[in-house]
Design a protein around this ligand. Structure first.
Ligand code: PLP
Length: 481
């Protein structure tokens, strides 16, 4: 019997069997028990039945039942099967009360938010832009202008789908700039890309549905999919992009409902997937009926050539949903993001949005619209690209000579850095926090929880002086841990 005082999942992580799939099956079983769907002394589904339902190997279900039996959560009756155990609840598991059942859910975590909430002087964990480089002053002009133009702007809801004027403007911008075949009817305004990912996951994913995710990827998306009870299937992303043979094999094997991707100045690696792969990937998506969810917040933050058109530009059958957030280079606080998708998916998204918040605040949409249509935007972007490149170069100068490895990104806000095996990123992280420096340990960006020698350094948020001194200090601390 495993020692008491640890959560079931913590114990499972320590077993050799702690593979992500095995853990997800355990999580699934525990979840149904904690929701009260499977009650004390209820007979659990047979191994064959559950394996069929979850589309996993029977051995995986067998191991999950055995591990839960070891933890005292299920018991076996000879020749009969597995049953829900009456006592021996774990610390950390939800209580057996009605209230406990009400809050029981799939893993409810947000590893990124836990890090970013910590107040630090040297902030390298946030993939955001230094507020001093954003057009705050101009935006304040537009607040006044919006109230003059629309005196009742706070006296009404926006339409759920998003302000019509804004959708017209953005759809014509997407047609012109990115060659997207798109009408305003096919755009939905959400409160940030994060809300879009969350709503899409809610529409598309059910418990144990497979979702392809890049390895590594944006960790908040991983936490959203985990909470939906989905099964994470990693796809490698390298400086050459994806291995399409690998992707096809995974689509064939797991029949994923969707592939969440961030293929342009990817967070955290900075990779941009080449144009030729974009077209081929859309063909794969059509063949295997797998929705491509293209998250594209860094497109305009390039240092050299403009990136290739979005995957959405190659889509003719509605297998791509395109998420374009303006949080990074206009204003994260406005929470403005446009989602492009075809009907009937768009209809579902509008309903999901109406259930979530009944529409993004109209005031924010109008302020954004007036800035977006002004000539100031282009001037701001031109200057911002130069500033970001300078930031990136400062970070690289400070890392030069450490022996750490990274591929210089052609855009975006992050360096994805590999440390030598001799440095423990976990220890470095603890040491840095003690000295008021934050970064993102690579493991939280990995759907498999590995990549323990990597870290993500965002060079865009701190000003140049803070960036230089903070990274210098970080490299000194790495020599001490
Ligand atoms: C890849 C990616 N998607 C989405 C988001 C969230 O964006 P928003 O502020 O629009 O919710 C981020 C923020 O860091 C991100 O890096």
């Amino acid at each position: 019997m495993a020692p008491r005082g640890m959560t079931v999942l913590a114990r499972l992580a320590e077993t050799e069997q702690g593979s992500p799939l095995f853990r997800q099956v355990c999580d699934y079983i525990l979840n149904r028990m904690e929701r009260g769907e499977w009650q004390v002394h209820d007979k659990l589904p047979s191994i064959r039945l559950l394996a069929g339902e979850l589309q996993v190997h029977r051995l995986t279900v067998f191991k999950a039942y055995r591990a839960l039996a070891d933890c005292g959560r299920v018991y076996v009756k000879d020749k009969s099967g597995y049953y829900v155990s009456p006592g021996l609840r774990d610390e950390g598991a939800a209580p057996a009360s009605a209230a406990g059942a009400a809050v029981a859910t799939y893993a409810l975590t947000n590893a990124m938010s836990d890090i970013q909430r910590l107040p630090v002087e040297y902030q390298f964990s946030q993939a955001l832009i230094d507020p001093g480089l954003l057009p705050n002053l101009f935006l304040s002009d537009y607040v006044k202008k919006v109230f003059d133009l629309y005196p009742k702007v706070l006296g009404t809801y926006s339409s759920v789908q998003g302000d019509g004027e804004l959708r017209e403007t953005l759809s014509s911008h997407f047609r012109r700039r990115h060659k997207l075949q798109l009408t305003a009817e096919e755009l939905i305004i959400t409160s940030g890309a994060q809300q879009a990912i969350n709503l899409i996951a809610g529409i598309v994913l059910g418990p144990m549905d497979a979702v392809l995710v890049e390895r590594p990827t944006y960790s908040v998306a991983l936490d959203i999919f985990r909470r939906a009870g989905a099964r994470l299937v990693p796809v490698s992303i390298t400086p050459e992009g994806y291995d399409l043979e690998e992707v096809e094999a995974l689509m064939r094997r797991y029949k994923p409902r969707m592939f969440y991707m961030n293929p342009t100045h990817h967070n955290p690696t900075g990779v941009t997937v080449p144009a030729v792969q974009r077209k081929q990937m859309v063909e794969l998506a059509e063949r295997y009926r797998c929705l491509l969810v293209e998250d594209d917040p860094f497109r305009d933050m390039y240092f050299g050539a403009e990136p290739p058109p979005p995957f959405f530009a190659y889509d003719t059958e509605g297998w791509v949903v395109y998420i374009s957030s303006f949080s990074k280079y206009v204003a994260p606080g406005l929470r403005i993001c446009a989602v492009a998708c075809r009907y009937p998916f768009a209809e579902r998204l509008i309903t999901a949005k109406s259930l979530a918040d009944n529409g993004t605040p109209l005031l924010n949409q109008k302020i954004f619209l007036h800035y977006y249509t002004s000539p100031r935007l282009q001037r701001h972007l031109d200057k911002l690209r130069i500033a970001l490149q300078v930031h990136k170069e400062i970070a690289e100068e400070e890392l030069a000579g450490t022996g750490w490895e990274w591929t210089p990104p052609q855009g975006g806000l992050n360096l994805w850095v590999k440390l030598p095996e001799t440095v423990s990123v976990d220890r470095l992280f603890a040491r840095c926090l003690a000295e008021s420096i934050a970064f993102v340990p690579g493991a939280i960006c990995d759907p498999l929880g590995g990549m323990t020698s990597w870290l993500r350094l965002s060079y865009s948020f701190a000003n140049e002086h803070v960036l230089r001194t903070g990274i210098r200090r970080l490299t000194e601390l790495a020599r001490e841990v």
